[in-house]
Design a protein around this ligand. Structure first.
Ligand SMILES: Nc1ncnc2c1ncn2[C@@H]1O[C@H](COP(=O)(O)OP(=O)(O)OP(=O)(O)O)[C@@H](O)[C@H]1O
Length: 263
């Protein structure tokens, strides 16, 4: 049976000009992502992961090729509030409580969606509980650690109503243990809400643990080297992480990345 793709990137290329120099950030990228899938982009620095994420999200325009988001261009998809971005740091407003920060997308998008924050308050509180922040609903961001703030950012993205989450190294500023804990919380919340996620990371373990597919990219110019389907059962567990099968995926991806980082 042929599966319908939700995000379709076809033969996309992107160059940047800086002074007199041109950089081929992406060359001939084609990628197809089904609705509800979790897909990671991994590769060495400069291979174009963020550029591809931004092109999918309509923040950057490709030079050639096509991007189709459920029948819309990325710009149309953006207008129709199809995306929620989770950047490296969560951009919370310091003068708003955690819950008020969660409510922000509804206030911003109210004209487009007609939904009010009040209608969704219970749901937002449940999301905060599911990332372990049930006791911090009325706290201000300054009272939270970096990891807790990032969890608010993730919960907010899942609560926003957007079907596509674009996450650009959301855990990169966190220590290893916090990172591990948050990846499991992200897994749980994703399992429950079934959003389509495109996740940029440098971390192989994280990519295998979270993803249905890992897209390995290579630099200069940015290309897709290989796409690996992660055929591991869900829910993914700590035991699974220690299994031979899991380790095999890590070894395979690491071998591809090593070839890329040879200088
Ligand atoms: N706005 C820009 N102007 C000029 N060059 C750019 C711009 N954005 C990205 N580039 C270049 O395009 C290439 C791809 O950058 P991009 O940030 O997409 O890669 P990346 O894989 O996300 O890197 P990293 O892992 O370091 O974040 C790099 O060579 C980068 O220097």
């Amino acid at each position: 049976m042929k599966h319908l793709s939700f995000i379709e990137v076809k033969e996309v290329s992107k160059q940047y000009r800086q002074r007199d120099q041109m950089t081929d950030a992406l060359i001939n990228i084609s990628l197809s992502i089904e609705k509800g899938k979790f897909v990671s982009l991994i590769g060495p620095s400069g291979c174009g992961k963020s550029s591809l994420l931004r092109i999918i999200g309509g923040l950057v325009k490709q030079d050639c090729g096509e991007v189709n988001i459920g029948g819309m261009t990325p710009m149309e998809a953006q207008k129709r509030k199809q995306y929620s971005f989770v950047p490296q740091s969560p951009a919370l407003f310091p003068w708003r409580t955690v819950l008020q920060n969660m409510q922000l997308p509804f206030e911003v998008n109210r004209k487009a969606t007609g939904d009010t924050a009040k209608q969704h308050e219970l749901e937002l509180i449940e999301l905060l509980q599911s990332v372990g922040l049930g006791d911090f609903i009325h706290a201000y961001p300054r009272m939270l650690s970096g990891g807790m703030q990032q969890r608010v950012g993730i919960a907010r993205a899942f609560g926003s109503g957007a079907p596509i989450l674009l996450m650009d190294e959301p855990f990169s500023a966190l220590d290893e243990l916090t990172r591990e804990k948050i990846s499991y919380q992200l897994l749980n919340i994703w399992q429950e809400h079934q959003k389509t996620v495109v996740f940029v990371t440098h971390n192989i373990r994280e990519a295998v643990l979270l993803s249905d597919e890992v897209v390995i990219m290579s630099p200069r110019p940015g290309r897709i080297k290989k796409t690996i389907s992660i055929d591991l059962p869900r829910p993914r567990t700590v035991e699974l992480e220690e299994s031979q099968q899991f380790q095999q995926y890590i070894t395979e991806i690491r071998a591809h990345l090593r070839q890329e980082s040879r200088v």
